[in-house]
Design a protein around this ligand. Structure first.
Ligand SMILES: C[S@@+](CC[C@H](N)C(=O)[O-])C[C@H]1O[C@@H](n2cnc3c(N)ncnc32)[C@H](O)[C@@H]1O
Length: 272
């Protein structure tokens, strides 16, 4: 299976990549090493009009980071989570009512929510337009959508190390040195504009600096579901080569750097 196919393969996402929150949590740990750190769920909520009293849906909610942020910072607001993976929905339900469901057939009535959050999930959906259409359907007139995605330069240095590690262990079809997301922040704007109005895009870039090669090796290990089936070498060897490349860099330069480049598109459902 090519890596692009694994990113959208339903069974692969449910049974492997997101069967439990473990792999995602390994990746999220990288962001602990941001300089001037950004708390992403809090940052997203800060941009949403009337978030304090809104009724939210978090589509592709994962383990419920956004649901947790809503509950802790906006006690009057209410929220539902929905995720393709039962394992994720079960974890999210610790924070707010959550169910397993597909974003292309949302199990909610029309005009149900003041705001729908779709954070770091659109690149997993085979039919992105069907998801946006469903989000539009369940958003009330005048309500908002908040789509969070990575920018083109996101973690470029990390994906360059990943490519170099594949080559170092003899892999012939090394991945391109960039984040594998099939849709990135700016490219999503025209797709969202088919349904929603008043689009605003907010983007942030942060340096990530670490002296711990394990954080990078763990991140790469967690990407097995995306890359391993498309390359001709053992994933564990790629992980160890990553560790060596980053350790050597830290020994020579004192630290290893990459940068996050992500953002959100906020848009409104026109009033009818
Ligand atoms: C990268 S995680 C992001 C989780 C969460 N939104 C966050 O930012 O912490 C992507 C999530 O989208 C879910 N997902 C993928 N395809 C989906 C679909 N068609 N419908 C609903 N959820 C989906 C995955 O199961 C996974 O939990």
């Amino acid at each position: 299976m090519a890596s692009n196919e694994s990113i959208t393969d339903r069974a692969h996402l449910i049974d492997f990549a997101y069967a439990t929150p473990d792999r995602l949590r390994k990746r999220i740990r990288l962001y602990d090493f941001q300089v001037d750190p950004i708390d992403l769920p809090a940052w997203v909520l800060d941009h949403i009009p009337s978030a304090a009293t809104a009724h939210f849906l978090d589509v592709g909610c994962g383990p419920g980071r956004y649901l947790e942020a809503i509950r802790s910072s906006h006690p009057v607001a209410t929220a539902f989570g929905c995720d393709l993976s039962f394992g994720m929905a079960r974890e999210a339900a610790l924070h707010s009512p959550s169910l397993a469901g597909d974003s292309t057939f949302l199990p909610f009535s029309d005009d149900s929510f003041d705001c729908v959050i779709a954070a770091h999930m659109l690149y997993h959906v085979p039919d992105i337009d069907a998801t946006l259409r469903e989000i539009f359907r369940v958003t009330r007139s005048g309500g908002n959508v908040a789509v969070v995605l990575n920018g083109v330069a996101h973690l470029r240095e990390l994906f360059t190390v990943l490519r170099d590690a594949v080559i170092a262990v003899g892999g012939k079809n090394a991945p391109r040195p960039e984040s594998p997301d099939r849709i990135k922040l700016r490219a999503a704007e025209p797709l969202i504009a088919r349904y929603f109005a008043s689009l605003e895009t907010f983007a942030e870039r942060r340096a990530i600096v670490t002296t711990d090669s394990t954080v990078i090796a763990d991140y790469v290990e967690s990407m097995e579901a995306t890359f391993a089936s498309a390359i001709d070498v053992q994933w564990s060897d790629v992980v160890e080569a990553t560790r060596t490349i980053v350790s050597d860099h830290i020994a020579n330069h004192g630290a290893w750097h990459t940068s996050s480049n992500l953002g959100m598109i906020l848009a409104r459902k026109p009033r009818t």
